[in-house]
Design a protein around this ligand. Sequence first.
Ligand code: COI
Length: 358
Amino acid sequence: MAQQTLEVLQSTDLKPKPDSSELAFGKYFTDHMFMMDYAADKGWQRPRIVPYQPLTMDPSAMVFHYGQTVFEGLKAYRMSDGDIRLFRPEENFKRMNHSSERLSIPPIDEDLMLDYLKELVKLEKEWIPTEPGTSLYIRPMIISTEESLNVAPSNTYTFMIILSPVGSFYKEGINPVGIFVEDEYTRAAPGGTGNAKTAGNYCAAYKAQERATANNKAQVLWLDAIEKKYIEEVGSMNVFFKIDGEIHTPVLNGSILEGITRKSVIELLEHLEMPVQERQISMDEVIAAHEAGTLQEVFGTGTAAVISPVGSLQYKDQDYVVNNGKMGETAKQLYETLIGIQTGRLKDPFGWTVMLEA
Ligand code: COI
C-alpha cells in the first residue's frame, strides 16, 4: 500500500480521564481512534484518525455472522519524564498479518501501520497512565464489513485501532492466580486457528472459563485436542514451568498462540544464561514433578498480563499448590526486568522498545 495522507479529525468533546486506581482492564477508551478501509478493487485506503465513536453497520455485515476478524494487543508506556515507548510493535503487525492470512483477510502494510499507530499514540499521550503497573493498551483489529450472508471471504474490511488506559489484567494484580486444567473442552486442534489471534478462539473458551470460575480459578489451562495430555496455553497467556532449576514452555505446534511476551521471555532467559527449553510437556509430567517436589514455579506470559505467577493448578478435582501459593524468584526477576525495559527504567539491550518523539 502506498503512503496516503493521514487525515486527522480532532474531537472537540474530550472525555475526563479516569483515576489510575480505577483502571482495571479495557474499561475506558481514549478520545480518538484510527480507521482505514479496504475494498477488493481499491486496496487499503483512507487512513484517518477520528473521534472515538460507535460504528454504524448493516446487520448483514459478514463479521456478525461468520466471525472473519483478527485482533492484536500491545502496550505503550510513559515515564514521568514524558518519554513514551512501545514494546515490539512490529511483532504485533507481523502477527496480525499471519492471523489475517489464516482468516483469508488481505494483509496490511506493517511499517505504515506502525507510523499511523505512532501518530495516534502521540495524539493521545495524555491518556497514558504513569503509575507503576499501568500502561496504555493498544487494540488493533480488522473486521469484515461486506453486506452479505454469503459464506466466503468478505470483499470489504475496516481496520481500526482503539486505545485503553489499563491497570492490572487480573484482579489479583501481580499476586499468583489459580488455574483450572481443562480436560473436557479443547481450545484448538492441529490445522485449526489456534495460532491466529481471532475472536472465535476466545468466545469458544467461555464455557471452559465458566468451569474455572465455578472452581474459584482465574483461568483455564488448555491441553492438546487429540490426547488431552499435553499442555498448550492458558486462557490469555502462554505458560512456563520451572522444574528442577530449568524453565520449560510448550513448543509452538501450530495450535498455540505465538506470544510476543513468550518470545521475549525466552530471549531474556537465554540472555541471562538461564536454561530454557521449548518442548512438549505433559500434564502427567507436571504432576509427577509436583509430587517429587521439583515443580518450583509456574507462570503465564502475555501482553495484557505481562508475567503472572500461578499459585495453584486444579487437575481432575485435585488442587496442586505451587511454590506455597507465592510468586517465585524467576517470575519476579522476569517481571521486573521486562517491565523495567518496557517502561525505560532499565536499559534495553535487545532493541525491543520503540521511542516516540513527543
Ligand atoms: C493480550 O494479552 O493482549 C491479549 O490479547 C489477551 C486477551 C486480553 C485477549
